[in-house]
Design a protein around this ligand. Sequence first.
Ligand code: FAD
Length: 410
Amino acid sequence: MTENPISSTHDLIIIGAGPAGIEAGLAAASAGLDFVILERGRIAENMRRWGFVSMFSPWRMNVSPAGKERLGLEEVDVESFPTGSNYIEQYLKPLAQHADLQNHISLGVNVIRIGRAGAFKSTLIGNPARAELPFTILAEKLSEDGQWSEFAYSARAVIDASGVYGNHRWLGSGGIPCIGERANRKYISYEIADIAPFVERAERQLHFAIVGSGFSACTLLESAKAINESGKLLNISWVTSIPNVKPVSEVENDPLPYRSRLSKMANDLAENPPDWLNYKPGYEIIEIKNTEPNDNSAGITLRSLTDQTTTPLIAQRIFAMVGYVPDRRIYEELQVHECWATSGPMKLASSLLSQQGADCLAIETDGETLVNPEPNFFIIGAKSYGRNPDFLIDRLKDQVATVISAISIA
Ligand SMILES: Cc1cc2nc3c(=O)[nH]c(=O)nc-3n(C[C@H](O)[C@H](O)[C@H](O)COP(=O)(O)OP(=O)(O)OC[C@H]3O[C@@H](n4cnc5c(N)ncnc54)[C@H](O)[C@@H]3O)c2cc1C
């Protein structure tokens, strides 16, 4: 008899142990499901990469009733803003160690693909009978001897809470890599970074390019401002495709004061650029090349979106704050109806697009939007918004409750 290659079988597999995966695990435990969370790194691996940044949503918005109850938190300091690291250390890690979760999380397990045992994407189209076939999941784990081992899991339901951070967009015109972008990867940070140590270590005066006009770009500008105000010199070119003097959207009567302050600070810099700031609104990047040998700088070519003229720029580092996209390959064999504009699940994307322009706090979605044609397969968390960057942890309370109650594995 051959050995059964299925490593383990469960009611529910949750992919990712970020805020969404942890909250989904708590709800699964309450519902009495046999579940496992597969996480490719450590707890909240993606958030750790920006852990030094202060969150713009206050504590009260980042904790759920289920999480507070498990940790015995009577009341959190509702209006203070944790850094990403504070949030992991004081909330997500203690929850991961709670009796309801600790034996249900497998760390260092990277999910590669999810399929239906015995059915391709194109079989039983839209047929509820697919629910009778278990999901099959291929995952890999690096062992202590440096070898990758593969595992297969089987489950009746799957929640994809794998986020988007880590799958960056490209810098070039139209969202594809520009000439030289891939070859000169060593000059580019696609994730936010603490820039102060770069300046401390530098043996010469540095010039960085910051590309984008979202909150990550604003956070870097705030750091650059503080560095320059402290007497050290850091030159910045701020490149955005938005042609406006105020490129960052400001929310009227913003209920999130930290976000409000950050966007106003960045727009003030754009309106009245100080000596250290070269503000380039309405430009796209068409080429990145290596400069002189040993110069350790990138030569960037910008093209104006208004008159097509080109401008050269030299920077020792490019911070590409241009957003992230969901990794759809892991569920490409499933029947997921996706939005052609955001790559998020269609019903939710359509609800979000119909409220376009509204502040992320004002957006309303109902539970039905998380259901898609593949029975018992759900996408939650940041990934459920696809390319739309407006997801907030606060949304998880509704998302998790809806999805756990929609799972049907009888
Ligand atoms: C700089 C910055 C500041 C932010 N500030 C806020 C804020 O103040 N408030 C707020 O609400 N949101 C904020 N966000 C958005 C925030 O990232 C999300 O709200 C939150 O992290 C989403 O949680 P998630 O669990 O959906 O995804 P993630 O936090 O990205 O977690 C996904 C997890 O899945 C794991 N994973 C990925 N692929 C696989 C795989 N194939 N196999 C196994 N595991 C996998 C990852 O390692 C990760 O641990 C901020 C984002 C950034 C970048």
